[in-house]
Design a protein around this ligand. Structure first.
Ligand code: NAI
Length: 345
């Protein structure tokens, strides 16, 4: 039996993992707590840990896990910025779910954009109180506007397709442009200066951290709408707030926030929120925050569970080869040269 400590379990995780894990020789130990230095001992006696985006899997946690005999970190997400993959190399294998439903995230991004520019969130609240006034609800057409997409991988390309369906002009920036994609790539500064809407779909790395800062915001059009369904750390939230206060930014839609780890995914209603920056952003009439829910569709949950179970089984099989392994053997995860038919170490 492969024993797996399943950290940060939510009610919506269990049904799909119990379904796909049953009869597969995997025993999940469902834990509500997040993985970090204080909770790592809960993984004692387990062969693997299964973690999500706000678990902390740094070098010290990895060393502890290794000492306990844990040999696999199974991310049930695509992003892996919370795992020190470099420290894990040679000790613990790391797998992720590269694509579970890029549509879920791309569609949520468009849902946020439409909600914001057509003031749906305000109209919903008004009509529930029988307030049928239209004052303050004037939006703008997306048709003919320019959207700048940063990161044209799986999610970015689907979002581009959706935007084209709305008749938007699409420009993009990617460190590694997709060949023969028909996408118009432009330098980042040009994207900032030409876009009416900017949407972030690249991973959080040391290079992309705070790519949206005061200097970037200074180059943008007045009234720009910023969408972030990727990772909070891509935006310097203080600079964003300044841009909103100066009326430079027309609207911001955030599914992620740099300091979300101790806040998002939990019911904090009735509590005093200690994060002044997030409170201030939420208080703005032109900011919409969802709590990292872009992935949350039935299709995505099923795919996450199915792929994670298959990742775990393949890593503990005789040859131990898993297509979805992440490693630092070539020094870079994004530019992985490894054949998918061999182990990382
Ligand atoms: P992907 O790996 O298919 O695409 C990422 C793209 O970003 C690639 O084209 C890559 O070349 C590009 N990129 C890498 N470094 C860059 C840089 N320095 N500047 C510009 N572009 C760069 O990933 P996918 O599946 O499209 O996911 C994108 C991101 O979405 C993930 O990294 C994750 O952080 C986020 N995500 C958010 C979810 C949510 O629920 N809010 C759910 C799933 C993913």
């Amino acid at each position: 039996m492969i024993k797996v400590a399943f950290f940060d379990t939510k009610a919506y995780d269990r049904p799909s993992f119990e379904h796909y894990g049953s009869g597969q020789g995997i025993e999940f130990r469902f834990l509500e707590t997040k993985l970090n230095e204080d909770t790592v001992q809960l993984a004692k006696g387990c062969d693997a840990v299964c973690v999500f985006v706000n678990d902390t899997v740094n070098a010290s946690v990895i060393d502890q896990l290794y000492a306990y005999g844990v040999r696999l970190i199974a991310l049930r997400s695509a992003g892996y910025n919370n795992v020190d993959v470099r420290s894990a190399f040679g000790k613990i294998h790391v797998v992720h779910v590269p694509a579970y439903s890029p549509y879920s995230v791309a569609e949520h991004t468009m849902a946020l954009l439409l909600t914001s520019v057509r003031r749906i969130h305000k109209a919903y609240n008004r009509t529930r109180e029988f307030n049928f006034s239209l004052n303050g609800l004037t939006g703008f057409d997306l048709h003919g506007k320019t959207v700048g997409v940063i990161g044209t991988g799986k999610i970015g390309q689907i979002f581009i397709g959706i935007c084209r369906g709305f008749g938007m002009n699409v420009i993009a920036y990617d460190r590694f442009p997709a060949k023969d994609s028909g996408i118009e790539y432009v330098p980042l500064d040009e994207l900032f200066s030409r876009s009416d809407v900017i949407s972030l779909h690249c991973p959080l790395t040391s290079e992309t951290r705070h790519m949206i800062d005061s200097s970037a915001i200074g180059k943008m059009k007045k009234g720009v709408v910023i969408l972030n369904t990727s990772r909070g750390g891509l935006i310097d939230a203080e600079a964003l707030l300044e841009g909103i206060k100066e009326r430079k930014i027309g609207a911001a839609c955030l599914d992620v926030y740099e300091e979300e780890a101790d806040i998002f995914f939990e019911d904090r209603s009735g509590h005093i929120l200690g994060d002044d920056l997030l409170s201030r952003l939420i208080s703005m009439p032109n900011v919409i925050v969802t709590s990292h829910q872009a992935f949350l569709t039935e299709e995505a949950l099923n795919n996450i569970a199915q792929t994670t179970v298959s990742n775990i089984l393949s890593c503990f099989e005789k040859d131990g080869i898993c297509d979805n392994e992440l490693c630092y053997r070539c020094g870079s995860i994004e530019q992985c040269q490894k054949s998918r038919k061999e182990k990382c170490f």
